[in-house]
Design a protein around this ligand. Sequence first.
Ligand code: AMP
Ligand code: MG
Length: 472
Amino acid sequence: MTLHIPFDNSYAALPDTFYARVKPEPVKAPSLIAINEHLARDLGIDGLDDPNLAALFAGNTIPEGASPLAQLYAGHQFGQYNPQLGDGRAILLGETIGADGIRRDIQLKGSGRTPFSHMGDGRAWLGPVLREYVVSEAMHALGVPTTRALAAVRTGEVVVRERPLPGAVLTRVAQSHLRVGTFQVFAARGDIKALQTLFEYAVARHYPDATDPAAFLDAVMRRQAALVAHWMSLGFIHGVMNTDNCSISGETIDYGPCAFMDSYHPETVYSSIDRYGRYSYSAQADIIVWNMAQLATALLQLMPDPEASVEAFTAQIHRMPDMIRAEWLRRFAAKIGIETPTPEDAPLIAELLTLMQTAEADFTNTFRGLVDGTARAAFADPSGFDTWAAKWQTRIACEDDPEGRMSAANPVLIPRNHQIEAMIAASVAGDDSLFARLMSAYAAPYATNPDFDDLRSPPAPEEVVQATFCGT
Ligand code: AMP
Ligand code: MG
């Protein structure tokens, strides 16, 4: 059979100021690492037995119906505005409408140079491709809105980073690749016509009920508030929350130096480029408000009198911290078995987190241990935990099925950094069995499976990953 992707492209019909039409650059010797058959089926893709699959997902063969293009966007990187970023190593093939009626982008990442590549080579090496594949699929299994991984191929070429490394291409699926930075680029250029077109496109695609910029902003803020609280409830640190890595759809996007925290500390940073902790674990709740303020600034330009709307937009942004606190409380309350939290539950959660911080307790295992009965063991001196647990037991006595709620909110498995690093090292050496094993394990992260018990262990001291790198 021949691979068939039922393309239905809308972005390519937008004005040509929105993108550059560019084809992927063929690679030397593509070979398939993985294809996500479930996802392919949900997207209406068939012909997965096509012998040419590797060439298709490497960009050597353009599937019928694709309109390859690189999207333009800008963005604040670590607070600094960069007026032109864009897809420098990614190419949108087109869109499909899945079985659920949702339109999704199919994008190749690492597929060669585009007019937005600047000094970059347009390529990706195997490590970040497999990291994004595994972590994005794990996030999906954990229930977090995220881009998905459809395929990964080796290119048979070498890319030079700190050292020569095997090249790879990831095929990524997203509800769209519209970013805060997509709005910023047109607002900064004063191209109000393009900004209006983009606004209408984004409304139609993501928020059909939001008829004006304020309602649209509110809808994006709500999704982002829920997303960041969800990340935090799982110990996830995105690592590069630049406005160009912040999606309008509210999906987790652009997995770079992301990481799940092992032992709990609110200021945890893994990313080697995040020197001042701008995107640390707990800072995520503040920085998302800053990012939404940048979206608000861009959207202001759509108002008949932008000056006159500043106050209302500012007030709207000031409401976001409360939204995040409410989402945070809901998520963390569920982690300790509470269905409908009251403000008095916040100190109870905070108290446990403080005990965990002092004890350097493993975030994932301590919370799961509340259901499994092993949490106490995380504390060298359990007296503080015992006092807390007595209060906690009293609080949840009136809850209906707190165990069930906790089992659904506290995963057994998360993609731990040392496991990801070991998997990448094995695949670089040509052995993808660890990749396959992690993919099966993380597909059911809330289930207890003796086959994967070893993956519950935090890193041994010599395994601890101190820093993660973009290194794409
Ligand atoms: P990101 O790390 O995804 O936030 O990327 C920031 C910007 O750098 C985007 O415009 C990317 O397209 C661009 N970029 C990152 N890596 C490369 C590369 N290897 N070649 C070309 N552009 C790149
Ligand atoms: Mg990016």
